[in-house]
Ligand binder design. Structure first.
Ligand code: ASP
Ligand code: MG
Length: 415
């Protein structure tokens, strides 16, 4: 059994959906298809969720745009203007929800609305595939991937999900299942999401639970590149990576795969292919167990929207292990993702993803014990297998806030 994951770009239009049919027909055998929301639907639904939470009536315009976009794709796929009752029902559920009053928990409301992107895309694609004779069964991932109630970043209940997955994906009467990436459900059937770009992670979870032979993620790039081709000239595709290397790259901010994707695959030794849906016959990148270490070209990963906080104890004492531990638990409470740490005798600096809501209250809490300096809008650039030339090229003309080098990795925080 294989798991295929189609991301938003690979199902963003009728043409893209038809292209995914060709890819499926190239690969015989049992498959689970994990699909994202179409195109930029998640961003559009985020706007609906935010406006709804703020009781801004423009939410209806935003909702209408999401609806019309999908209706356009349906019309093109069916080559006539029709209404699909299953999809209409989902739009009805969104509109009923936003007619009501929001609770006080934004993350909860977010998940209840944003999750519709995947429910709608999979419903359209499943119906279309069945119509053209590509027989498949649609599965509601919320009945299978059970999570806790940490909305927007839910954690999987592995044991329960394994039992449910084996019961649902039996392959007894079907050889193709279609399900949603990114979403799960709590024990009490509330919808949760696994974090932005979480569909890759869903593919890895299902592969792990069902002992898949392999996972393929179909993207609009030829594979994993050594740098983002939109920003760097002369980029190269990396033909293979070890699981460890892939974790390093995605954790540093490489956008091709979600950082949580690798571990469930590594645990079961399942290879992951990252391939182009535009050139599906080409090799792409394979991530698998590797005995030998690879000699790679410099791999450059840029992470935008980083914040830097630098702390000095108010009493000019040394930074002790206790104060480091206090700071870390505070960051954990705010669910901040720290990407870089630097400590000297009396300073502690932490760089992290700029949170959506302001960091004022965090800073106020830190002020109790520390003098606090902070900057936002920084880039964190990681260079694996760095060379002096690569470092110089990145730093050229920019202000460096922090620079760190280990044997293999150079990391800089830049403005
Ligand atoms: N649709 C979700 C997002 O855009 C999940 C995904 O595409 O992986 O974040
Ligand atoms: Mg995506």
């Amino acid at each position: 059994m294989k798991v295929f994951k189609f991301g938003g770009a690979s199902v963003s239009s009728a043409e893209a959906v038809r292209n995914s049919v060709n890819i499926l027909r190239m690969h015989t055998g049992n498959k689970v298809l994990v699909i994202s929301a179409m195109g930029k639907t998640t961003n559009a639904l985020e706007i609906v969720a935010r406006k709804y939470f703020n009781q801004d009536l423009e939410m209806w315009t935003a909702f209408q745009e999401v609806k019309e976009y999908h209706q356009g794709v349906i019309t093109e796929l069916w080559e006539e203007s029709i209404e699909l009752p299953e999809v209409e029902k989902l739009f009805g559920l969104i509109s009923n929800r936003i007619k009501g009053e929001p609770s006080l928990n934004f993350d909860y409301e977010y998940d209840q609305i944003v999750s519709f992107g995947e429910l709608i895309s999979t419903q359209i694609i499943s119906l279309y595939f069945n119509k053209i004779g590509l027989k498949n069964r649609w599965i509601d991932a919320r009945n299978c991937l059970k999570t806790d109630d940490q909305y927007r970043e839910a954690d999987i209940n592995w044991e329960l999900s394994a039992r449910l997955a084996k019961r649902i994906f039996t392959f007894e009467t079907d050889d193709l299942y279609i399900t949603q990436g990114f979403i799960g459900g709590t024990l009490t059937n509330q919808t949760t999401t696994l974090g932005r770009e979480g569909s890759d992670y869903t593919a890895a979870i299902l592969a792990n639970l069902l002992d898949a032979e392999e996972v393929s993620i179909w993207k609009n790039v030829p594979g994993i590149m050594n740098a983002d081709p939109d920003y760097f000239a002369g980029t190269q595709k990396l033909d293979e990576l070890s699981y460890k290397e892939a974790i390093e790259l995605s954790y540093s901010g490489a956008k091709v795969i979600h950082p949580k994707t690798i571990k469930p695959l590594q645990n079961k030794n399942i290879p992951l292919f990252v391939k182009s849906f535009l050139e599906p016959e080409k090799e792409g990148t394979i991530i698998h167990a590797l005995e030998h270490s690879l000699e790679l070209v410099p791999v450059i990963i840029v992470k935008n929207h980083m914040a830097l906080i630098s702390l000095t104890p108010n009493d000019f004492s040394f930074i002790s292990i206790n104060s480091v531990s206090d700071v870390f638990s505070l960051f954990a409470n705010y669910r901040l993702k720290v990407g870089l740490i630097q400590q000297s005798a009396i300073d502690l600096s932490l760089a992290f993803d700029e949170p959506e809501q302001g960091i004022e209250s965090l800073i106020n809490q830190l002020h109790v014990k520390f003098e606090v300096k902070y900057n936002t809008g920084l880039d964190m650039v990681t260079i694996r297998y760095y060379t002096p030339e690569a470092v110089a090229q990145i730093a050229d003309g920019r202000t460096i806030y922090i620079e760190q080098k280990s044997r293999r990795t150079a990391r800089m925080l830049l403005k």
